[in-house]
Design a protein around this ligand. Structure first.
Ligand SMILES: Cc1cc2nc3c(=O)[nH]c(=O)nc-3n(C[C@H](O)[C@H](O)[C@H](O)COP(=O)(O)OP(=O)(O)OC[C@H]3O[C@@H](n4cnc5c(N)ncnc54)[C@H](O)[C@@H]3O)c2cc1C
Length: 399
């Protein structure tokens, strides 16, 4: 008997992981990716908690460890180069397992273990889809139509499938009031800690070395103006944001001007949808519930969500029932993470000089055991919640 077919939009963390778990549930996948290849640059991300556990169950630990970064200490300096803070990651995460990898390496590792039942179609997107009672007709941008048993939107934070499914984004976007930028600098590392952060009221510029010794950068700054990411002149924008930053920040930006590598700018915006599916179409990963980098769990939850989908598919008779089970398992965890992100966003990078100093003083003198308790206990609570939800019986939905 032919295996049922899932068409998945997006060959990112969520889309590739979903194909792996769907294969275990007896499904084939066609992954439609807009880009011409898997994205080759990428920021560093941390995997811990549920996402780390899923990665291990997928047999990815060794692959990821091979390219992982050793992150020990982050030194925060002010715009004059004076040391503000020294934070050790282990103080936050304590004894929990943790991996720091580039998004590129995670995506590449997922692509390497892609099962034979899945294929990626690059330079394609979908134009339209029509749901019938037992199928979804998916029309690709090339004009081809694929008749599938389900359609999955894993096309990231700016998902176009989400808008096709639920209409304009206005109500589900929740801007946190910040923008971020990530890019490779090209200059070699000139400091002796793992991370250096230049912090000032309203702006943080962070640097770490790639495996070849060159620097990668991330800026996060407060800005309530809409759609900055659509403007041209990205380096000009970063130069304006960094006008009063430490000279090192401005010098590295000048060097980046001559680099070919892309400069990504986007807003920190959460996605909060009342429902993630409709009949045979499901959204997963950032398309469904973008948590932003403030949570430090977006990729992890994309992995965990893919596993929950595969597990639900193994037992459900049809996609609709599996999607309900998937949402039943995942929703409480996402709700917790979103609430935590909202709280943390409020104090992430204080805008006023007074609030900035106060936050730094608190961080400097607060016992490390408090910080560790807050972060590692939160991650543990999410692992426990996922285990509890698995044991819970799903309520029967109304008519
Ligand atoms: C700076 C930064 C730091 C972060 N740090 C962490 C961290 O420490 N820990 C963590 O767990 N998470 C972190 N995250 C979040 C994490 O990167 C995301 O949550 C995760 O990548 C989401 O995966 P996804 O597959 O849903 O979307 P994406 O990874 O964005 O993938 C979407 C894919 O869909 C493709 N696509 C988009 N539109 C279309 C279309 N119309 N048609 C076809 N294909 C399309 C894209 O090309 C892409 O390949 C961070 C994010 C950022 C930006």
């Amino acid at each position: 008997m032919t295996k049922p077919l899932a068409v998945t939009v997006g060959a990112g963390v969520a889309g590739l992981a979903a194909a792996w778990w769907l294969d275990k549930a007896g499904w084939r996948s066609v992954i439609i990716e807009r880009a011409e290849s898997l994205r080759e640059n990428g920021y560093m991300l941390g995997l811990s908690g549920l996402g780390f556990e899923t990665a291990c169950r997928m047999g990815l630990r060794d692959r990821l460890e091979a390219g992982a970064f050793r992150i020990d200490e982050n030194v925060y300096k002010d715009s004059k180069g004076r040391e503000l803070l020294r934070l050790r990651y282990r103080d936050f995460i304590r004894d929990l397992p943790y991996l720091a990898v580039r998004r590129t390496d995670l995506v590449r590792a997922l692509a390497e273990i892609l099962p034979d039942t899945a294929a990626i179609r690059f330079c394609e997107t979908i134009d339209d889809f029509v749901q019938t009672e037992d199928k979804v007709d998916v029309t690709l941008s090339s004009g081809e139509t694929i008749v599938a048993d389900m359609l999955i939107g894993a096309d990231g934070f700016r998902s176009s499938l989400r808008q096709k499914l639920f209409g304009p984004d206005d109500t589900c976007l929740q801007p946190l009031g910040y923008y971020f930028s990530v890019y490779d600098v090209g200059a070699p590392k000139q400091f002796d800690t793992d991370f250096v952060s230049y912090a000032e009221p309203g702006h943080l510029a962070e640097y770490y070395a790639l495996h070849d010794g060159r620097l990668a950068a991330m800026h996060v700054w407060r800005d309530d103006r809409p759609n900055l990411e659509q403007r041209g002149g990205r380096i000009d924008l970063l130069q304006a944001v960094s006008a009063h930053s430490h000279p090192h920040v401005r010098q590295l930006l000048k060097q980046t001007q001559h680099e070919e590598s892309p400069v990504l700018i986007d807003s920190l915006t959460m996605i909060d949808l009342p429902k993630w599916s409709q009949n045979r179409v499901l959204l997963i990963g950032d398309a469904a519930h973008c948590l932003t980098l403030v949570s430090g769990q977006g990729a992890g939850m994309a992995l965990a969500s893919a596993e929950m989908l595969g597990e639900a598919m193994k037992v459900a008779q049809d996609p609709g029932t599996a999607f309900e089970r998937h949402e039943f398992l995942l929703r409480p965890i996402i709700t917790r993470l979103q609430s935590r992100s909202r709280k943390m966003a409020a104090v992430f990078i204080p805008q006023s000089a007074f609030a900035f100093r106060l936050r730094n003083l608190l961080m400097r003198y607060m016992p490390r055991s408090w910080l560790g308790r807050y972060f590692s206990n939160s991650i543990r609570a999410e692992i426990a919640l996922a285990a509890n939800m698995k044991q819970e019986t799903m309520p029967v939905s109304g008519p």
